[in-house]
Each structure stands twice: as structure tokens, then as C-alpha cells.
Design a protein around this ligand. Structure first.
Ligand SMILES: Cc1cc2nc3c(=O)[nH]c(=O)nc-3n(C[C@H](O)[C@H](O)[C@H](O)COP(=O)(O)OP(=O)(O)OC[C@H]3O[C@@H](n4cnc5c(N)ncnc54)[C@H](O)[C@@H]3O)c2cc1C
Ligand SMILES: NC(=O)c1ccc[n+]([C@@H]2O[C@H](COP(=O)([O-])OP(=O)(O)OC[C@H]3O[C@@H](n4cnc5c(N)ncnc54)[C@H](OP(=O)(O)O)[C@@H]3O)[C@@H](O)[C@H]2O)c1
Length: 432
């Protein structure tokens, strides 16, 4: 076990995706402005910075304007804007000529990696945070002991005065697939690019089921059609039709930073109603351009008398059996009163993500957490004798609104959290 207890980090960030990357920038800026010294460290389980690498599909685009990058909404003059990234890469004029607000996901990942390269000294890659324990002086918790495990299995222990958890969602596997989770023929869309070439051998006819009716399911279906000319693909979903995401301008105002204040100020049942009402901006919906692309693809199939891609709407999956000949999926169409069973060589679950709290690694400090709900600054409400601040990013959709799991308010949220964290440092310096 490696101990690094000598240094007490002002902040340890769990995960180094866009949320904590934006925080790294904001902390750096805020600390400079208020002339405070702040030593954050961001611990990331992947060996290097990648933004949803398993879904970096060649044809996929951003679903948000590049102006909603890590900083622009807070400070368009920051060196970490997407526009400055383009300038530094020598592509500003060419990007302008593309006449789009929506860069490819591959390019946005490159932008994020470029930003992350400026914060190398504040990042520890290839380590998973596994436990956070209290460090006590009498009845008071003064700091946190943070345990991480490396890819090779070694453990590191560090001290932190504060914690910011931004670990994203966990791939969601529906209960009906529980028995097959260890089967290598079953994969979640989050690992699609990592595993697909391994499970779909080139040049062999394969039957693939894609489960889900959202953006991931549709992107995977279109990608598979182009990538694996021998694949027969069933897109299995519960709805009557694939539906477009609402990205119209008035509705899009729910993703403005000030809408967070509006949602937060509402009582719980009204917040729930707002989130439910605007669910079709984000969940189980598909970008309209991609729907057109899939529709044209299906139409061309019909012209050629082909049936390689089949949509299976109104399909409730009733049972799943993994056997030597493949994974058998039974579905019920309640509207037609039909049952169908089909066997697949590969099943891709594009069934979205879970965001359950509290996180397992917070279990050792759970007794100090008074309420799972977060305050307006995304901070866990803890007992008075618990001094460290713990902030969560991406885990308060029910209290802060639908922008919480997205990039929409990242530039502003990171500043709010940075200011809250730096207030503890300035208090400490005043006492010292
Ligand atoms: C395929 C895909 C495309 C998307 N496209 C868009 C888009 O175009 N626009 C938009 O607004 N939103 C999009 N989203 C939503 C997405 O949630 C946000 O873009 C963004 O990734 C949120 O950033 P995050 O840092 O909170 O979480 P994540 O990006 O999920 O990052 C979390 C990080 O924490 C790490 N981690 C997890 N557990 C641990 C641990 N125990 N210890 C250490 N590290 C850990 C993970 O490896 C990961 O790097 C997309 C989501 C997906 C799945
Ligand atoms: N290019 C991009 O920018 C891009 C690409 C991919 C994803 N994303 C983003 O990533 C986020 C997640 O999108 P996603 O498509 O992965 O997930 P999602 O929108 O949550 O969709 C999950 C789908 O799985 C289905 N599902 C869930 N449980 C099921 C079950 N038990 N049986 C059958 N179907 C089930 C849901 O169906 P029901 O509706 O019937 O519950 C839904 O259609 C969104 O924010 C999306 O915009 C962005």
C-alpha cells in the first residue's frame, strides 16, 4: 500500500470527466483572483482522459452548442474556451466554414483532452477511489482519508480537506438481463467501441439485438449497419416509435444557468413535475437529424429488398436465456397480443445510465450525512461536527433540474462549487 498522507490536499476530486475538469479551471482562476493557495488533486480511474470513449463513434455529433464548453458561459475570455482550442490547433477558420454549433464528439473529446493536458500535475490517472474514511480529532471530523486502487491492484491513501465527487452515471442493465451480465456476448453501449470488434467477427453473418429507443441505441444501430456489413440488427424498444429530442429554442431555455435557481426554489413535487415535463429534451429521445438518417437507411433497404435492420417497437422484454447458440430474448407486444422469441449472437444494451446515491465509497462516512439532498451549491448536508465539504456534480437532477447531468451549466456550476470550497480555505487562513 502506498501512503501519501504527508500532503493534505485542499480538495480531492473523484473522477476527472468534464465536470471536475471544469472545476480544475475554476479553482485555479478563483484561487488566483483571491490570492489563495489551493492544492486540488483529481483521481481518475481511466488510464488517461477520455470522454465516453466507448461511444466516440465516427459519425456522432455534440448535442449542445460548442459555446457551452467548460468556461465560456462564465468567462468567454478564458484561455480554455473551445474557440481558443480551435485557434491553437490552427482550425478556427475551417471550423467557421463548417457552419455549425455542433462539433463532432471526436473533436470535443480532443478539446477536453487538450484542456486536461494543462492540468496534468493535478491529476492521478488509472486509480479508482474505493473508500473515503473520516479522520477525527475527538468528536470532530477534521479531514478525509481517501483510498484508491490502481489498475495493477496497488492501493494509495491520501488526505483531503474537501471532496468533489463527479463520477458520472453507471451503465444501467435491466433486471431481466441480470443472469447474463457475465456473458461476453452481452455489452452495454458505454463499452460499444471497446468490445464490438471482438464480439462481431468480420466476414461472418451475425444476429445483433440493440435494446433501447434513445440516442445511444440509434447511434449504435446506424454505426453497426456501416461497420459490420454482415450483421442483421434488431432495434428492440418499448415505445410505439422512435421520438425526436426537443431542442427548440424556448424549451432550450430550461438549460440556462438561471433556470437552476428557479427549479431549486420549487417544492419537491413541483421540481419532479418540471423534470417529468421536459424529459423529452434528453431521455429516450433521438436527435432529429439522426432519425432522418435512420429513416432513409431503412427506406433504401426496402428499395433493395433488404431487411438487415429491423425496428421492433412496442417490445417489452419478458425473458432472456443465454445458451450455446446465442442469447434468446423473448418479447411481448401487448398491443398486438403477440409473443416473439429470437436468438442473437450479440446483444447491445443501450438502456441508459443509473445515478444512485450515496456512492459505495462514501459508506464509511455515511453516518455523518444528514440528508441525501444537496444544498444549492451542490454540497451534501452533514452533521455540524463534520468539517470537510463534500460536493456532488451530476447527482442532483431532481433538485437542480435537467441540466445537471449534461454540459449545459458546467461552466457556472464549477465556479459556484469553487467559491464554496475556497471560502473554507480563506476561513482557515484567517484562523491561522
Ligand atoms: C455517449 C454520450 C454522449 C453525451 N453527449 C453529450 C452532449 O453532447 N452534450 C451534453 O450536454 N451531454 C452529453 N452527455 C451527458 C454526459 O453526462 C456529459 O456530457 C458529461 O460527460 C458529464 O460529465 P461528468 O464529468 O459529470 O461525468 P463523466 O463524463 O461520466 O465522467 C466521470 C468520470 O469519473 C470517472 N470515475 C467514475 N468512478 C470513479 C471512481 N470511483 N474513481 C475514480 N474515477 C471514477 C470515470 O472514469 C469518468 O471519467 C453524453 C453522455 C453520453 C453517455
Ligand atoms: N451524440 C451524443 O451527444 C450522444 C450519444 C449518446 C448518448 N447521449 C446522451 O447520453 C444520455 C443517455 O442517452 P442513452 O440513449 O444512453 O439513454 P436514455 O436516453 O436513458 O435511453 C435509454 C433507453 O433504454 C430503454 N430502457 C431502459 N430500461 C429498459 C428495459 N428494462 N427494457 C427495455 N428498454 C429499456 C429506455 O426505454 P423507455 O423509454 O421505454 O424506458 C430508453 O429508450 C442522454 O443525455 C443522451 O443525450 C449523447
Amino acid at each position: 500500500m502506498s501512503h501519501q498522507l504527508a500532503i493534505e490536499h485542499d480538495v480531492i476530486g473523484v473522477g476527472f470527466g468534464p465536470s471536475n475538469l471544469a472545476l480544475a479551471i475554476a479553482l485555479n482562476e478563483c484561487a488566483k483572483r483571491s490570492r489563495l493557495k489551493c492544492t486540488p488533486l483529481f483521481v481518475e480511474k481511466q488510464p488517461h482522459f477520455t470522454w465516453h470513449g466507448g461511444m466516440l463513434l465516427p459519425g456522432s455529433d455534440m448535442q449542445i452548442s460548442f459555446l457551452k464548453d467548460l468556461v465560456s458561459l462564465r468567462d468567454p475570455t478564458s484561455p480554455f474556451t473551445f474557440v481558443n482550442y480551435l485557434h491553437k490547433r490552427g482550425r478556427l477558420l475551417d471550423f467557421i466554414n463548417c457552419r455549425t454549433f455542433y462539433p463532432s464528439r471526436v473533436e470535443f473529446n480532443d478539446y477536453l483532452q487538450w484542456v486536461a493536458s494543462h492540468f496534468k500535475s493535478q491529476a492521478a490517472y488509472g486509480e479508482t477511489i474505493v473508500a473515503v474514511e473520516p479522520v477525527t480529532a475527538g468528536q470532530t471530523v477534521t479531514s478525509l482519508r481517501v483510498h484508491s486502487r490502481s489498475l495493477a491492484g496497488g492501493e494509495t491513501v491520501r488526505l483531503a480537506r474537501n471532496l468533489v465527487v463527479a463520477v458520472g452515471g453507471q451503465p444501467y442493465v435491466p433486471q431481466v438481463f441480470a443472469k447474463a451480465t457475465d456473458d461476453r456476448r452481452l455489452l452495454h453501449s458505454s463499452r460499444y467501441l471497446d468490445l464490438i470488434e471482438r464480439v462481431v467477427p468480420r466476414g461472418r453473418s451475425v444476429r445483433v439485438a440493440v435494446v433501447g429507443g434513445g440516442q445511444s441505441a440509434t447511434e449504435v444501430t446506424v454505426d453497426l449497419h456501416g461497420r459490420c456489413p454482415e450483421a442483421h440488427i434488431d432495434l428492440i424498444f418499448r415505445g410505439h416509435a422512435l421520438k425526436p429530442s426537443d431542442s427548440s429554442p424556448f424549451v432550450n431555455e430550461i438549460f440556462n444557468p438561471d433556470y437552476t435557481d428557479f427549479v431549486y426554489a420549487q417544492p419537491a413535487e413541483r421540481r419532479d413535475a418540471i423534470v417529468r415535463n421536459f424529459r423529452n429534451t434528453n431521455y429516450a429521445v433521438v436527435d432529429a437529424d439522426l432519425l432522418d438518417q435512420l429513416y432513409r437507411l431503412l427506406y433504401q433497404q426496402r428499395v433493395g429488398g433488404d431487411t438487415r435492420v429491423m425496428l421492433r417497437p412496442r417490445s417489452e422484454i419478458s425473458n432472456v436465456d443465454a445458451g450455446p447458440d446465442g442469447i434468446e430474448i423473448g418479447v411481448i407486444d401487448k398491443f398486438r397480443g403477440e409473443n416473439r422469441r429470437s436468438t442473437y449472437d450479440v446483444v447491445v444494451l443501450a438502456t441508459g445510465y443509473d445515478r444512485d446515491t450515496p456512492h459505495g465509497f462514501l459508506e464509511p462516512i455515511r453516518r455523518y450525512i444528514r440528508d441525501a439532498a444537496l444544498d444549492r451549491n451542490y454540497r451534501l448536508v452533514t452533521n455540524p461536527a463534520f468539517r470537510p465539504q463534500i460536493h456532488l456534480q451530476g447527482y442532483s437532477e431532481s433538485s437542480h433540474g435537467l441540466s445537471d447531468t449534461l454540459l449545459s451549466v458546467i461552466a457556472v456550476r464549477s465556479q459556484e462549487i469553487a467559491e464554496s470550497l475556497l471560502s473554507t480555505i480563506s476561513r482557515r487562513e484567517l484562523i491561522a
